[in-house]
Design a protein around this ligand. Structure first.
Ligand SMILES: Nc1ncnc2c1ncn2[C@@H]1O[C@@H]2COP(=O)(O)O[C@H]3[C@@H](O)[C@H](n4cnc5c(N)ncnc54)O[C@@H]3COP(=O)(O)O[C@H]2[C@H]1O
Ligand SMILES: Nc1ncnc2c1ncn2[C@@H]1O[C@@H]2COP(=O)(O)O[C@H]3[C@@H](O)[C@H](n4cnc5c(N)ncnc54)O[C@@H]3COP(=O)(O)O[C@H]2[C@H]1O
Lengths: 141, 141
């Protein structure tokens, strides 16, 4: 029997669903965001608005860099600033009916991609880990 | 002309050489490590000893998690602790003459792999970005 794995798997079958993704809201403080990042163990997570629309991404690097003074990190500024002031608005995203190959192409420069439905509502993320695992399966068989 | 890219590229041709990699020493304080991570913009970097041998990896997550009290991050502890107390000793590594396919397999669970020579001396890192870029080139042509 010829064993074969198709490269063209549906994004929906590879993505982590929204209810399993750590997220913050754009109006949260940096202090809250850093606590969510630290507790979840992730270095970057999506930022959503109240209607679950994608607004950007926030990371430990962006937060710490924004409070970096001369030779010292100024932690007392964390409570004063909001996520929307520091987040990266150019977050990588694609529609849930997009192709695997397009996901692979985008993942070259992004550790994860946000997946949205046709109304622009956030439905999950596609990670480099799941892309690499599928490529490995495809190349092995 | 049949255009084709071989999957089997030498690790040496894909890796980031050691002199371009941000690293810390195991004896540094967590405060110093967090400053190096924040200034470099990387979320995790290799930890070496004085003979440039690989000891582990340190990340923003590991540092902040180690000073996480109840509902608050205790920043004043950063100056007291050393990298070797908090680093992850199970860092992914391979020899510079290893195969690309082995690198792909390891990168499924590791954002980067440390590359060492036959004496165990650190010579660079292989990142998911460069693995994905090469896979993309291979699948496209
Ligand atoms: N709790 C855990 N258990 C097992 N392995 C873990 C882990 N946390 C991190 N890793 C490993 O480390 C990689 C990098 O994690 P990082 O947090 O920097 O980067 C992550 C994070 O920024 C984001 N991410 C992944 N899962 C997430 C989730 N459930 N919620 C929010 N963000 C997530 O996507 C990036 C890429 O994820 P990916 O899985 O490709 O790659 C992950 C995975 O291989
Ligand atoms: N200054 C920059 N310029 C352009 N893109 C940037 C960048 N910093 C980060 N990125 C992008 O974000 C990805 C994740 O970076 P991160 O720092 O979490 O995770 C990085 C970091 O932990 C480590 N790394 C990469 N280059 C490094 C270096 N020169 N020195 C030390 N560690 C490095 O390897 C991980 C995976 O790197 P990879 O390139 O696959 O994936 C990188 C790259 O796609």
């Amino acid at each position: 029997m010829v064993k074969s794995v198709s490269l063209d798997i549906a994004i929906k079958d590879l993505m982590i669903p929204g209810n399993k993704v750590a997220i913050v809201q754009e109006g949260n403080t940096l202090e809250h965001a850093l606590l969510v990042l630290t507790k979840s163990g992730y270095s970057a997570i999506p930022v959503l608005d109240r209607e679950y629309k994608l607004k950007g991404l926030i990371s430990m690097s962006l937060i710490l860099d924004s409070i970096l003074g001369i030779e010292k990190i100024e932690y007392d500024k964390l409570g004063e600033r909001k996520v929307e002031e520091v987040m990266n608005k150019k977050v990588a995203w694609m529609k849930e009916d997009g192709s695997f190959f397009r996901g692979l192409e985008l993942s070259i420069n992004h550790p994860f991609l946000c997946i949205v439905d046709e109304d622009g509502v956030f439905v999950g993320i596609l990670t480099r880990k799941s892309i690499l695992a599928h490529v490995h399966k495809y190349l092995k068989y």
